[in-house]
Design a protein around this ligand. Structure first.
Ligand code: ADP
Ligand code: AMP
Length: 214
């Protein structure tokens, strides 16, 4: 199963990705997580990406395209993968198509998670992330068992630097302008499935799995 999760910031891509990847035993490839890991480790790439991320802008295509291609060459991708947050514009989608062709792979499905901007802002403002494994929690909608501690790995939870009101508005605008055109791109290729992402976490997971097993 070779999947892409698309949707605006805070719609629940990371949350759903963890469950789908567990169910189908495929790696979760999150561009945001890979970029944050580079920032944390202080790599040259991380230093270059940080300014864009802090402002809620897209990191330049040349950087993310390279990360994606290298990741897709790794062994664990042979049995499938789930891309979360990549591609995020048409240039990236075209490059991904080219890379997959070169690697002898084809996309199975693109899941489009949909929610209104009030829901996105509510979700992003209460989001907390595990420093160690990047699992995403919500103060009200999906709290950890012990406050400030990750259920899965015991890591410390923190609020992302870009999860502030100003940057969030910018990220939603960037999504509408640059990422939303992907929906038409994948609709034309007849691999797009729309999912109502305003429902509770478990019912969205069940719906995605149902659609993928059909
Ligand atoms: P994305 O990866 O799309 O940016 P996340 O998966 O990190 O989004 O989810 C954003 C926030 O919303 C997190 O705090 C998460 O716990 C919460 N969340 C995700 N899905 C739902 C849902 N269906 N209902 C309520 N809160 C949700
Ligand atoms: P996310 O964790 O998906 O919310 O991504 C966090 C930030 O990383 C975004 O606001 C962008 O600055 C950057 N980013 C993530 N994925 C991409 C991408 N495919 N292209 C460009 N920038 C990206």
């Amino acid at each position: 199963m070779r999947l892409i999760l698309v949707g605006p910031p805070g719609v629940g891509k990371g949350t759903q990705a963890k469950e789908i990847c567990k169910k189908f035993n495929i790696p979760h490839i999150s561009m945001g997580d890979m970029l944050r890991d580079n920032v944390k480790r202080g790599t040259a790439l991380g230093l270059e990406a940080k300014g864009y991320m802090d402002e809620g802008k897209l990191v330049p295509n040349s950087l993310v395209m390279n990360i994606a291609k290298e990741r897709l060459k790794e062994d664990d991708v042979k049995n499938g993968f789930l891309l979360d947050g990549y591609p995020r514009n048409i240039g990236q989608a075209e490059k991904l198509e080219e890379d997959l062709k070169e690697l002898g792979m084809e996309l199975t499905r693109v899941i489009n998670l949909k929610a209104d901007s009030k829901t996105l802002i509510e979700r992003i403002s209460g989001r907390r992330i595990c420093k160690a494994c990047e699992k995403s929690y919500h103060l009200l909608f999906n709290p950890p068992k012990v406050e400030g501690v990750c259920d899965d790995c015991g890591g410390e939870l923190y609020q992302r630097a870009d999860d502030n009101e100003e940057t969030v508005k910018n990220r939603i605008d960037v999504y509408t302008r640059e990422t939303e055109p992907l929906i038409e791109f994948y609709k034309e290729r007849s691999i797009l499935t729309d999912i109502d992402a305003t429902a509770p976490i478990d019912s969205i997971t069940a719906e995605i799995i149902k659609q993928l097993e059909e």
